[in-house]
Design a protein around this ligand. Sequence first.
Ligand code: UD1
Length: 418
Amino acid sequence: MGKYIIRGGRRISGTITVDGAKNAVLPILAAIPLCDGKFVVRNCPDISDTHITIEILKSLCYEINFDKKTLTAVRTKDSTGCVPDTLVDKMRSSIIFMGSLLASGGFVEIGYPGGCELGKRPIDIHLAAFRKMGAKITEREKTVICEAKKLKGCDITLDFPSVGATENIMLAAVRAEGTTTIKNAAREPEIRDLAEFLNKMGANVSGAGESEIKICGVKKLCGAEHTVLSDRIVAGTFLAAAAMTGGEITLQNVIPSDLNPICASLAQSGCIIKGDANSVTLHAPERLSAIDIITEPHPGFPTDMQAQMCAMLSVADGFSVIDERIFSARNKHIPELIKMGADIKMWGNGTVSTIRGVDSLHGAEVSARDLRGGAALIMAAIAAKGESIVKNSEYVERGYSKIEEMFRSLGADIDYQQ
Ligand code: UD1
């Protein structure tokens, strides 16, 4: 288990290039088993979730080469459609392989993902959709088996615009018989990127990024090349870190419009933000102002940026309220921030927090309990007076590639120790 050792009190300022998005690369790699052919995926983030996904592809008989953010994949023989439990346990998002394996081989057996560090993570919306498309679902104690000789296109209205369910249905529907329409679909930018990749493979997907997606099933798909969309959550993390430390930062290789929900909140708290075709620059004010945040599906404020904003607002002027409405247990960073001098109270079942901004945080020994909460603690430690240790780096490594090097290049005093 690694840890970050951080001597705080430095400004985060400078220019960085943002890598490909974790939440885009995972469904894109999960699309690969849909057909034979050679795949080249560029701008893949070098994070542990990418490496787990590579292990899954290897277990499905793919030969993978991953070098300098470019991944190539070719199937060497037919696979069984079984995803090893050990890999599902390591990464809940492995259920994203269900759609493509069901569509290509007519069979998938995968460990039931159960809960995770963010709270209960059911997959009922995914399974209801597969059932509607004609799949037979057998739910055992620990695994789910989906079988279908041929999936049939149909109209599916989601109870909630689940990102993973929207992607799984898209992956299943591209090879189904007839047309599938997803209503109340998730509108996250990563869905748009998946659709672009699928269309390069010869699929017929339209409306991705809007709430109604139409997928006309095709008989044949082929290998494809694609460059992964940049990571708006990594971008938001560095913007918030610069804002919190009174810095000035430019991010390159971003799509400014995808960052609108995050930038709107940062601007509300007093930051000046300018964007052009593929970069965004933020100037922090002398003191940030308190703001309120409600997490919602895109284009609302993303739950994946909530913890980082909580860290940032812990030193803003006034009272802020954060209402986490997507996940039930996404505030595990709060007790750790309190150890650093933050004044935060949690209400009700722990999803609403009120933050009274303090003048400054102080160093402490804290532990990451999830990916984004871990990033929030690193931000807080960089802003704090004195030395901090942030333990459990493996959570952070799931979604940030060498975060310590990125922050160091922006002026932070941070080391990583195994
Ligand atoms: C994806 C992202 C994750 C992000 C989340 C919300 C990936 C790999 N992960 O996760 O980083 O935080 O979107 O933006 O892209 N739900 C159900 N039943 C289901 C499916 C979901 O009740 O069948 C609930 C979940 O428990 C949760 C909410 O819906 O409360 C949102 O989940 P969902 O949008 O599916 O998130 P993920 O795809 O798992």
